[in-house]
Design a protein around this ligand. Sequence first.
Ligand SMILES: C[S@@+](CC[C@H](N)C(=O)[O-])C[C@H]1O[C@@H](n2cnc3c(N)ncnc32)[C@H](O)[C@@H]1O
Length: 309
Amino acid sequence: MLFRPSPIVCAKKPSSTLWLARQARDPYVRLRSSPHPSAGGVAYRSRSAFKLLEMNDKWAMRFLDYPDVRVVLDLGSAPGGWSQVAARKLGWDPQPARMREAKTPYPRADGSDGDRGTGSWSARARPPSRDDDLPANANPVDISDLENHAGGTGGMGLGRGTIIAVDLLRMTPIPGVQFIQADFLAPDTEELIRSIIAHRTGDGDDAKADVVLCDMAANLTGTHYHDMEASLTICTSVLEFCKRHMRSAESIGRQLGGVLLMKHFVHPALHVFRTEILATRFTDVRFLKPHASRPESNEGYFICRGWKS
Ligand SMILES: C[S@@+](CC[C@H](N)C(=O)[O-])C[C@H]1O[C@@H](n2cnc3c(N)ncnc32)[C@H](O)[C@@H]1O
């Protein structure tokens, strides 16, 4: 007897069919899945990477390109597209050492050459997956082993400066990026970030960030009011963080130095937040909606340059 799947089990919900159709049409989804020259020949981990590239490169903001940019924070970093862009901009080699190894013969325990000539991943030299991004016993908030962790050079090309990425979720390592798995809104996280900047730069109490990127988005609850408030809470917390930890334009000697790029969602208080709060703290504040941001999404970005301290 032929097995006929039940139509109830097989039927796709209209919403998932629409989602699949949208993904298939989306040029950024297609771009994301292939190695990209601007990512040093590796694929970007998120379609969000193209938003950051657009805001930095295409609109000539170039806030990541100045040689005086020494410390970049990526808040809400997972899966890592923005960190990849930042790492590349600061000159870190995106090809992990074990990826390069995988293209060369990988010796087997029996002494034979293993994968000679295939260029494929062996079980021992495979790209890191989400499950092996950190050692099982690693404490994501322990900074005592910084040099050997994701942010250490680990045999990769040396870039300049420090990139610190923070997310609630785990993130596969990126050369040059120090990842902290933590809630940015939790009271201890700020001090942890500050101490890592101090440790990496050797600046002690003067440790500051030059560029703060925030793509954080709280999980949607479905309650419009609650979701709007959560977005504004993130924006105000990030600004409070900048008040204590951003390097001022004056101290760099560059008028538009000290940059905050921050995602936000529609909120009735946003205009006031921009004009009465952001605009008093930064020399130049603009609203951006990159093409890579879906038109139907309520998200937008503030690019704020020239921190006045
Ligand atoms: C849109 S994703 C970021 C994508 C990222 N920019 C990229 O290019 O891959 C938003 C991220 O914000 C993180 N997030 C939300 N609230 C957070 C919080 N309080 N602390 C840390 N991360 C948070 C989420 O876990 C999620 O990974």
